[in-house]
Write a protein that binds this ligand. Structure first.
Ligand SMILES: O=P(O)(O)OC[C@H]1O[C@](O)(CO)[C@@H](O)[C@@H]1O
Length: 351
């Protein structure tokens, strides 16, 4: 079924597969946009960074946190809420990231940042966020409109790296971008719809997850945000329930759930997002956990990224997971772009 291009066209009305394919070019364009938008932008005496956004726009912040953790000496926190942490003040850099520019939580956080006199930068296509930022003379990185926010991860993530490096807050990240783009261009060749399932690892994994509940495990600091991304993409693109957790934390609680009801456990297909950078103790935990739960669950799959740098590995996991989620949509006979429940929820929130 997955190889029928016609069927895919019927389901994939906006062209999610094309958007995923073009993520590499999106990243290239995002870097150009961000470089010209932030040239010369300097902030003095910044003691913490808060990236405020929701869903697909928050993930770029999480990925930035994972990129920065070895080279950044101030905290970078991702805020998915109406309110900002109470420590935010004039020495905080708040980055308000909303693709549409109309997400109410992000707009509320922007207003709070202004009240607290934080330094602010907005990343958006337009909407109310851009209007507010322009009126407040807040720098805006304006990204191209017209796609579902979750498909615009290149536009939300790359500018964060460019901006924070230009501001002297992170180091050695943007130099990894060209390699990551090259890798995505290579990897996508094997994951495209015309590649049959026996040669296409994304289709094969989607097939294993179909009819099961994916439980995506990452490891803290390396793939935890990617587990969140995979889960979110399976939900939004795939219309598929999915859950995530990460090592080592899950060893201290979630593992006990595997002593539970066998019928429920057999519905779970565990996917572990690996990284060659995992420390020895985490590696050992993953091995022991897999051995303990293998017979209880429906199956365990491991995804090892290609790539030499942290950014290459991150983008490998992003593009691979995006394809898996889109193939899950096909298997579930759903349009990967539609988000009816979210739209219903938003309209009921207006009542
Ligand atoms: O980037 P935006 O436009 O703020 O949207 C954030 C999130 O909200 C949604 O639009 C759903 O409400 C998601 O699809 C998206 O990832």
């Amino acid at each position: 079924m997955l190889d029928e291009r016609e069927r895919l066209k019927q389901l994939d009305k906006i062209g999610m597969f094309d958007l995923i394919y073009k993520l590499a070019e999106q990243c290239e364009e995002a870097v150009d946009i961000a470089e010209s938008a932030v040239k010369g932008l300097k902030f003095h005496n910044i003691v913490n960074v808060v990236i405020s956004g929701m869903g697909g726009s928050a993930i770029g912040g999480d990925l930035t946190r994972m990129m920065a953790q070895d080279s950044c000496y101030i905290p970078i926190v991702v805020n998915r809420d109406y309110h900002l942490p109470s420590y935010v003040d004039e020495r905080t850099l708040v980055i308000a990231s909303s693709y549409s520019g109309n997400t109410e939580e992000t707009l509320a956080a922007y207003n709070e940042a202004k009240e607290k006199k934080a330094k602010i930068v907005a990343i958006t296509t337009g909407g109310e966020l851009k209007n507010k930022a322009m009126a407040d003379e807040v720098p805006v990185i304006t990204i191209p409109a017209g796609m579902p926010p979750r498909a615009a991860i290149g536009y939300s993530f790359m500018p964060l790296l460019v901006l924070l490096e230009e501001a002297g807050i992170i180091r050695n990240c943007t130099k990894q971008i060209p390699g990551a783009i090259e890798l995505m261009k290579k990897v996508r060749q094997d994951l495209e719809p015309q590649i049959p399932e026996d040669k296409n690892p994304a289709k094969a994994l989607a097939r294993r997850l179909y009819g099961k509940i994916p439980v995506i495990y990452g490891s803290q600091g390396l793939t935890d945000a990617l587990a969140v991304r995979w889960k979110g993409q399976m939900n939004e693109n795939g219309k598929h329930p999915a859950f995530f957790n990460f090592f080592p934390e899950l060893n201290h609680n979630e593992i006990m759930g595997f002593e539970g009801e066998p019928r429920l456990l057999k519905m779970m297909e565990v996917v572990i997002l690996r990284s060659p950078e995992e420390n020895e103790r985490v590696k050992k935990r993953i091995e022991i956990t897999s051995a303990l739960i293998r017979e209880m669950v429906s199956g365990i799959s491991e995804v090892w990224p290609l790539g030499e740098t942290r950014l290459e590995r991150i983008m490998y996991h992003v593009i691979f997971g995006d394809y898996v989620s889109a193939y899950l949509a096909v298997l579930n006979e759903k349009d990967p772009t539609e988000i009816d429940f979210i739209n219903t929820l938003k309209s009921r929130m207006k009542d």
